[in-house]
Design a protein around this ligand. Structure first.
Ligand code: NAD
Ligand code: UDP
Length: 322
């Protein structure tokens, strides 16, 4: 069957996940419009696409309304690393709440399907393990992470209210920690921090005792899950967990990064940030059943590709500075 050509809007398309998604959609033959305010994203992430006639990039902040005609909207705009989302917490909440209202209003007017990039942070510091979609979460509403967690929770509420009230075709993906090329070297997330520290001979910074866990999904797997979710029938709304269920402690992650880079860096322990979740692992039964999706990239393989990316990036910066 011939592929149906679609016009697709990706908000936050100049960011880490958004740029990979834009590439995937353009290579599938679609016309992609990316809007981004470049808060954490950059044109550099889109270098391969900027000359492509099917791709268009527009500077725009989704907290302001916009009028466009598209068939589908992937709403990814929102800073995702704790350093960046806590830098301007009011803007973070506005991006999730006002931004979602604007994108949902747009979807309603033009009758487009709309997908929200939600997050495992809606589960907060969970008492249920692994987390499945029926769990309502344990989130601090007034802490330093709340701008992100509660903003994303409110965005989910808005998506489901637009569904109930206006019968919109919505899709909500709860994304668990994802890593890969184009993460920013300075965004403070654990994978990028450990790799950059290992490659530059700095100490590996473990927050707390390193026994807290996360489950890391490689970017290509995640993008595959998002596209599959968007392609489902109208009856499938989610929320659907997308993540890799293989769980690691931060100590195990540090040891693996040291081994794969061959680095001699030592480990230093630093204070655990406020409200840092102790454990996180997705139950992906719903994604398996509904989307036929499961991640296929093992942590060591994904880390290898990410290390190569950062190695090239750091060498380029070094040579540029010389
Ligand atoms: P990122 O910071 O690399 O990308 C976010 C993009 O959104 C950036 O390009 C930024 O400039 C843009 N942006 C921010 N505020 C905006 C606004 N008001 N208007 C327009 N553009 C704006 O982060 P990412 O890791 O690519 O995450 C993308 C989405 O996926 C986010 O919504 C995030 O919450 C979600 N998510 C990511 C992860 C992960 O592990 N990477 C996990 C859970 C959820
Ligand atoms: N972390 C760490 N060292 C770092 C950065 C993060 O030990 O240099 C820990 C952090 O405290 C958390 C885990 O790694 O327990 C994942 O942090 P990240 O910011 O990547 O994601 P999130 O906490 O949002 O899941």
């Amino acid at each position: 069957m011939a592929l149906q050509h679609k016009r697709i809007l990706v908000t936050g398309g100049a960011g880490f996940l958004g740029s990979h998604l834009c590439e995937r959609l353009v290579s599938a033959g679609h016309e992609v419009l990316c809007i981004d305010n470049f808060y954490t994203g950059s044109k550099r992430n889109l270098t391969g696409l900027l000359k492509c006639p099917q791709f268009e990039l527009m500077r725009h902040d989704i907290t302001f309304p916009i009028y466009l005609e598209v068939d589908e909207i992937y709403n990814l705009a929102c800073p995702a690393s704790p350093i960046h989302y806590q830098y301007d917490p009011v803007q973070t909440t506005k991006t999730s709440v006002h931004g979602s209202i604007n994108m949902l209003g747009l979807a309603k007017r033009i009758k487009a399907k709309i997908l929200q990039a939600s997050t495992s942070e809606v589960y907060g510091d969970p008492e249920v393990h692994p987390q499945d979609e029926s769990y309502w979460g344990r989130v601090n509403p007034i802490g330093p992470r709340s701008c992100y967690d509660e903003g994303k929770r409110c965005a989910e509420t808005l998506f489901f209210d637009y569904r109930r009230q206006h019968n919109l075709s919505i899709k909500v993906a709860r994304i668990f920690n994802t890593y890969g090329p184009r993460m920013q070297p300075n965004d403070g997330r654990v994978v990028s921090n450990f790799i950059v520290q290992a490659l530059t001979g700095q100490q590996i910074s473990i927050y707390g005792d390193g026994k807290q866990t996360r489950s890391f999904c490689y970017v290509d797997d995640l993008i595959d899950g998002l596209v599959r979710l968007m392609d489902t029938d109208d009856g499938v709304t989610g929320p659907i967990n997308l993540g890799n269920p293989v769980e690691f402690t931060m100590m195990e992650l540090a040891e693996t990064v040291l081994e794969l880079t061959g680095s001699k860096s030592s480990i230093e322990f630093k204070p655990l940030p406020t409200d840092d979740p102790r454990q996180r692992q997705p139950n992906i039964a719903r994604a398996r059943d509904t989307l036929g999706w499961a991640p296929s990239v093992q942590l060591r393989d994904g880390l290898g590709k990410t290390i190569t990316y950062f190695d090239n990036l750091l060498r380029g910066q070094h040579e540029g500075a010389a």
